[in-house]
Design a binder for this molecule. Structure first.
Ligand code: 8YV
Length: 319
């Protein structure tokens, strides 16, 4: 059996695939593979491991009907046209659960970095602008006892909320499509309407999937409903906020700060104004990037691939 991988995954997973007599072809170039190249690369393959934001759209799926399985190197699956995959009967699997703690760590890191203008301070040093002690400048805001608003209280949101409660005794409020009663009990999270969430949150952290409903949900109209001292954190998908509106909201002090692990587009342009703002921290989509988590993700990918190639039901299907 043959599998194409559009990037690098944990070596232990490659070894397991090879032990199962799977021959691997990998995309090794320093750029993301295009859809046309992907179609070509998957032509004579039995399985495909999708690393990065490849578009698993109708064009790709219709040209790749022969694939026995597609295993995503992500929990998110907004890049997949599920209806077409279903119609063509191509199993598609993801990596749920294993990356919740690492991704929540990234959200927490951004929240803290923004609240103390840490990335700006670092830039000041490397730009040679640290010339004297300035006690009234670059002041942060404290998190202790503040209100954390979670937009999308699922596994990752819950991990973030637990950290914020433990570290800063933050009150947790949230908005979901449907209530998460287990989380309400576990961490005394309070369910609010979306507008109430915006009005009450000192830190608003996004942990929802990118869907037609959440696309550009955080626009100027929404930022205007937030507190002027609020911090906006997005570690989910860049498409959930409107980046131009976010820039404007920060420039006009509609909100106080922002921490992003996801941007729109990715990669972010190195001259993006967000990179030069005091109370902004941006990371290059490293949410799940720890040795432990990437290994665990690769483990689930192998399980999805092996089951799919054997014609069995895959253990982590997205539909
Ligand atoms: C992936 C992610 O690393 O799981 C997700 O949804 O965003 C990340 O963990 C990224 O999608 C690259 O494959």
């Amino acid at each position: 059996m043959k599998v194409f991988i559009s990037g690098n995954i944990a070596p232990a997973a490659l070894q397991r695939l090879e032990e199962n007599n799977i021959s691997i072809t990998q995309w090794n170039e320093d750029r993301q593979i295009t859809t046309d190249e992907l179609i070509e690369a998957c032509k004579n393959q039995d399985g495909f491991i999708s690393v990065g934001p490849n578009k698993i759209n109708a064009d790709f799926l219709n040209a790749s009907k022969h694939l026995k399985v597609i295993a995503l190197h992500s929990v998110g699956f907004d890049q997949v046209d599920i209806e077409v995959a279903k119609k063509l009967n191509i199993p598609v699997g993801n990596t749920p659960g294993v990356l919740s703690a690492a991704t929540a760590d990234t959200a927490f890191l951004l929240m803290l970095a923004v609240s103390r203008k840490a990335f700006f301070g670092y830039r000041k040093i490397i730009d040679g602008n640290w010339v004297k002690y300035e006690p009234a400048q670059e002041l942060g805001i404290e998190l202790n006892g503040k209100t954390l608003g979670v937009f999308g209280l699922g596994k990752i949101g819950l991990e973030m909320a637990k950290k914020c409660k433990a570290a800063y005794n933050m009150k947790v409020v949230y908005h979901n499509r449907s209530r998460n009663e287990a989380a309400e009990k576990e961490i005394a999270a309070e369910y609010l309407s979306f507008d109430e969430l915006l009005a009450q949150s000192d830190v608003l952290t996004v942990h929802t999937a990118l869907t037609t409903e959440t696309k550009e949900k955080f626009s100027m109209e929404v930022f205007r409903k937030m507190k002027s001292k609020a911090i906006f954190i997005n570690t989910a998908r860049g498409g959930i906020h409107n980046e131009q509106d976010l820039i404007k909201a920060l420039e006009e002090k509609v909100i106080w700060g922002a921490g992003l692990d996801v941007t729109n587009p990715e990669p972010m342009d190195k001259n993006n104004p967000l990179l030069f703002m005091e109370s902004v921290a941006v990371l290059p989509h490293i949410g799940s990037a720890t040795e432990e988590t990437r290994e665990a993700m690769a483990g689930l990918i192998v399980e999805n691939i092996l089951a799919g190639l054997n014609g069995e039901k895959i253990p982590y299907p997205i539909y």
